[in-house]
Design a protein around this ligand. Structure first.
Ligand SMILES: *Cc1c(COP(=O)(O)O)cnc(C)c1O
Length: 374
């Protein structure tokens, strides 16, 4: 059976009306500042600090360069404890710094790094922990900070999924030493490509600003082997426009999330991953776990959806620790990562994005329910 209706992808980037973009372009053309911390770059940093409820933010060309730079800024070396259940850029940022990733298993409920398993992985070489707020669900930030304090470790959160997420003490981005955001096209808030580092003090932001501009402090002074990580004026201007639409976008995501939960609740073997108790969620993904009670396997459901022209994604499968540059490491052994390995076999992320229509969401739900009637 093949479906002739239009394809539904796991996500679709939010784009404002092109008419809204033109006045910003005209300003860039008029003042001829294209990059290097121009006026839109400064405006977006300020606007994001206010919107997110954070003190300082440094914009980047993408989230991966921001992760690499965050590790440089804190002079992290040796070994870093991280999760295998994430997008591959999390661990790649460690390899780019010559750091050895040490994978630790995840918690079965939150799918985030399990704080109870961190201590056993600490060695004299460990200098930091890099957890991920997976799907925008906050990590157990208190437990992680306690371990970091006891062992004098830095904490850098990969917060690529966590734009706008608040735990009970305010923005989740205020935890740890640094938090890194991604504004990639597929993320909740996008600037085409983009990213940022959230930092607690002006001095750290200044160091990061030097590092993202080749290490330049002034015309003749270079203080570090920095990289080119700057966000362009186009991306920054686009971010300012996106910010005007973000509340409506998150509202629509919340509706889609609620309907999936309601209409999949009674299906045997389909478990919707719960949030981890955040005060404000961003519904950046809609992961379900396909258990043995469901009539077909996860991969068969994935294929069935494709036959219906629905492109769900198996985030995060394979685990990072299963890729060739990691799998030889002792901590990458699947027997040490039983929860992450099981979840990677069961997970499927369903389409969720502001422009998903009720009819389209109905198609997704119907295709999943249909397997139970065969
Ligand atoms: C998207 C993503 C990144 C990388 O961000 P880019 O902006 O695409 O470089 C890093 N970590 C996680 C968890 C991500 O989902």
């Amino acid at each position: 059976m093949s479906d002739s209706r239009p394809p539904i992808y796991v996500t679709k980037p939010f784009l404002p009306d092109l008419k809204e973009v033109m006045p910003y372009m005209e300003k860039i053309w008029a003042n001829q500042i294209l990059t290097n911390g121009g006026p839109f770059h400064q405006q977006l940093e300020k606007a994001l600090c206010e919107h997110l409820g954070v003190e300082h933010i440094a914009l980047f060309t993408n989230g991966t360069i921001a992760l690499v730079t965050a590790l440089q800024a804190l002079r992290v070396t040796g070994e870093v404890i991280t999760t295998p259940y994430s997008f591959v850029a999390t661990a790649h940022s460690l390899l780019w710094n010559g750091i050895k990733p040490v994978f630790v298993d995840i918690d079965r409920d939150t799918l985030n790094l399990d704080p109870r398993k961190i201590e056993a992985a600490i060695t004299p070489q460990t200098t930091a922990i890099m957890p991920v707020h997976c799907y925008g669900h906050p990590c157990d930030v208190e437990a992680i900070q306690k371990i970091a304090d006891n062992y004098n470790l830095k904490v850098i959160y990969d917060a690529a999924h966590a734009f706008g997420v608040q735990c009970h003490c305010g923005s989740v981005l205020n935890h740890g030493d640094l938090s890194v955001l991604s504004f990639h096209a597929t993320k909740v808030f996008n600037t085409f490509e983009g990213g940022a580092i959230v930092c607690p003090d002006a001095k750290t932001k200044q160091r990061i600003d030097h590092l993202k501009n080749f290490g330049f402090v002034d015309e003749v002074t270079v203080v570090a082997p920095g990289i080119n990580g700057k966000m362009s004026e186009f991306n920054a201007a686009f971010g300012l426009i996106q910010l005007q639409h973000i509340d409506a976008a998150l509202q629509r995501r919340a509706e889609i999330d609620a309907r999936y939960r309601a209409e999949l609740a009674d299906l045997p073997g389909i478990r919707c991953v719960r949030d981890s108790g955040e005060k404000v969620a961003n519904h950046s993904y809609f992961p379900i776990l396909v258990d043995a009670e469901y009539p077909i396997s996860r991969d068969a459901l994935y294929a069935r959806l494709r036959e219906h022209n629905i492109f769900a994604r198996r985030y995060f499968y394979p685990l990072i620790s299963d890729f060739p540059m990691y799998r030889g490491m002792p901590s990458a052994d699947p027997s040490r990562l039983p929860v992450a390995s099981e979840i990677a076999r069961k997970v499927l992320c369903l389409p969720i994005y502001p422009a998903l229509t009720d009819e389209e969401q109905g198609r997704v739900i119907e295709a999943i329910r249909g397997a139970c009637r065969n």
